[in-house]
Design a binder for this molecule. Sequence first.
Ligand SMILES: O=C(O)c1ccccc1NCC(=O)[C@H](O)[C@H](O)COP(=O)(O)O
Length: 213
Amino acid sequence: MSVLVKICGLSTEATLDAALAAGADLVGLVHFPKSPRHVDLDRARALAERARGRAERVVLLVDPDDALLAAVVERVAPDVIQLHGHETPARVAAIRARFGRPVMKALGIATAADLAGLPAYAAVADRLLLDAKPPADADRPGGNGLAFDWSLIERAELAPGTMLSGGLTPESVAEALARTRLRAVDVSSGVETSPGIKCPDRIAAFIRAARGG
Ligand SMILES: O=C(O)c1ccccc1NCC(=O)[C@H](O)[C@H](O)COP(=O)(O)O
């Protein structure tokens, strides 16, 4: 079974095209003003339209209220909504029911205790994404280029389709997949030359490495 790859934080046509040409399965558009990868809804719509039918278009939001969700669904029409804030399982379920889109819920992992909360989210989300927890002084909850300790999940029973994220690079992704036995990965910083600036060569190298090439 091929490894599913999501390239997150795409904000230009050129890098979106590079991700699509390299075979990304999912492309992520970050709508969070503090992020160096932030795209406003007009830009998100243009990029999502460009990727239509070529990859799943994911819009990433942080603790969105219903008004923002309604605007995103109407104007961007994403294939998937990624929730990267402190949304509770009940809020995830409510968003999924109200907006009729698959929901991917990101969860920060720092200790074994963090795994205890996963089943409640797996019961309501279409997919879980495991990420490192942000540093205490971070101004964004993800996209920080930090990995968590993969040994925490080496023997864990995780929901099918769980996506590994956090600090992955073209150089580390094969080892991460082998150790965790997951079959889906997500990357942002590891395919950039500086925060928010994606590198087409690194995007292609990441996808090749994830798929064993
Ligand atoms: O990428 C951002 O700037 C961002 C901002 C706010 C919330 C989440 C964000 N990114 C989340 C992602 O999906 C990243 O791909 C994931 O955290 C991994 O990031 P990285 O460690 O940089 O590969």
